[in-house]
Design a protein. Structure first.
Ligand SMILES: *Cc1c(COP(=O)(O)O)cnc(C)c1O
Ligand code: SF4
Length: 394
């Protein structure tokens, strides 16, 4: 695969300036042939205090602060995702998503919690969240390729909740088998696509065997942070377990690269629809321009924008939270102006496990016996008659 990340002079200079991590020493020796090997990407992830210190040129006292930050919230970044950072921009959206920030431990807003969605209280067996009647979410691993600073399951980095042992997995399968109302299993984590292929195959096979499970879904950020993991072998295994949907997690148009495009294309070619769940993040994508570019870009690579999540009140991620009105404004500006296939549902997960609530701009102003009154996407008021007899209620 072409090593697009290194086509730009600037990126290369930044890499040289950094020069500390094992990954980059190898780069400097010209071992770029490993770039498209996901195992290399995974085992050469940038992590640890020394790498961070070199990277950010920390003073001794700053280094102590960062020691506390990563002592609480670990970090690891694949060389690929790292290469997307523009170091000349202190506000770089990729950097904000993957490089630790002292505000993770120093800043908090009222109401933030470790587990804002009360997921822990909706687990009938460890690692399995059953919050909605017809679908469950199975956390099969606690590990990820890149630890996103805005993750809403940061608590699980500190104390594991995932059912990542075989015994825990068996209990999940038993629970789903005994719950005939469950027609969809969402395999999540952590990131399930970093699991060994044989294990992934087993997870999917066991759930697939249950007669009332009609559909499988995988939640993964791998296409965005380590796209080379989407190999033909992986796609073949996934294809065996269709109907299977993938939800991935692009947050910024700069994450749409030739590599991530290729990963999505491979999945699509294997008959696996790919949708996207973005999170509205302050300083990363909280503007009409960025969200619009993201959504149009996703449509171009045939990834359907599914949800735009309001950033949850997660402890350790408060510096990413925006006002809810910001998202409503953005979605309102998109409606009617770009194709419906590019517009995600803007959703907030209500506190205490209240579930998802959709925030759609309202076009229906008034509804009476004889008519409905609408506001069009251009702001005009239109009456829509409801002639007598059109509804046969009586
Ligand atoms: C979001 C979520 C789901 C999936 O909901 P959809 O609206 O179908 O995408 C399932 N379980 C839990 C616990 C969730 O948070
Ligand atoms: S990939 Fe998902 S689960 Fe993992 S850190 Fe990022 S947001 Fe959290």
């Amino acid at each position: 695969m072409e090593n697009t990340a290194f086509n730009s002079e600037d990126t290369l200079t930044d890499f040289r300036a950094y020069g500390r991590s094992k990954a980059l020493k190898q780069m400097n020796r010209g071992e770029t042939r490993h770039w498209s090997d996901w195992r290399w990407q995974f085992s050469n992830r940038i992590k640890g205090l020394d790498a961070l210190s070199g990277l950010l040129q920390l003073t001794c006292s700053e280094k102590e602060v960062y020691r506390d930050v990563i002592g609480r919230y670990k970090y690891a970044v694949t060389p690929y995702y790292f290469s997307l950072i523009d170091w000349s921009d202190t506000d770089d959206p990729i950097r904000k998503q993957c490089i630790p920030d002292p505000r993770e431990i120093e800043f908090s807003l009222p109401g933030s919690e470790e587990d804002p969605l009360a997921e822990r209280s909706h687990m009938p067996v460890p690692g399995l969240i059953h919050r909605y009647p017809d679908r469950v979410l199975a956390m099969v691993t606690g590990r990820c390729a890149v630890y996103c600073r805005h993750c809403n399951r940061k608590r699980t980095w500190i104390s594991a909740e995932a059912g990542s042992t075989r015994e825990a997995f068996c209990r999940m399968v038993e629970y789903v088998a005994a719950s005939p109302g469950v027609r969809e299993v969402i395999v999540s984590g952590g990131d399930p696509l970093i699991s060994p292929l044989s294990l992934l195959d087993e997870f999917l096979k066991e759930f697939r065997k249950i007669p009332h499970v009609e559909v499988l879904r995988i939640g993964t950020r791998i296409p965005v942070v380590m796209p080379m993991r989407i190999t033909e072998d992986l796609c073949q295994i996934l294809a065996r377990h269709r109907p299977l949907w993938i939800n991935t997690h692009f947050n910024h148009p700069r994450e749409i690269t030739p590599e991530s495009t290729k990963a999505c294309e491979r999945l699509l070619k294997a008959g696996i629809p790919v949708s996207n769940q973005a999170v509205l993040l302050k300083g990363v994508n909280d503007s009409l321009k960025v969200i619009k570019e993201l959504c149009l870009g996703l449509q171009r690579i045939m990834v359907r924008p599914y949800y735009l999540f309001h950033c949850d009140a997660v402890r350790g991620a408060d510096h990413f939270r925006t006002d809810i009105r910001k998202g409503v404004e953005i979605i309102q500006e998109l409606w009617g102006k770009i194709g419906g296939l590019c517009i995600p549902n803007y959703v907030v997960d209500l506190p205490d496990g209240g579930g998802k609530a959709m925030m759609v701009p309202s076009y229906l102003l008034e509804f009476s016996q004889e008519r409905a009154i609408f506001r069009t996407f251009e702001g005009n008021i239109v009456r829509y008659p409801c002639p007598e007899g059109a509804d046969a209620l009586l």
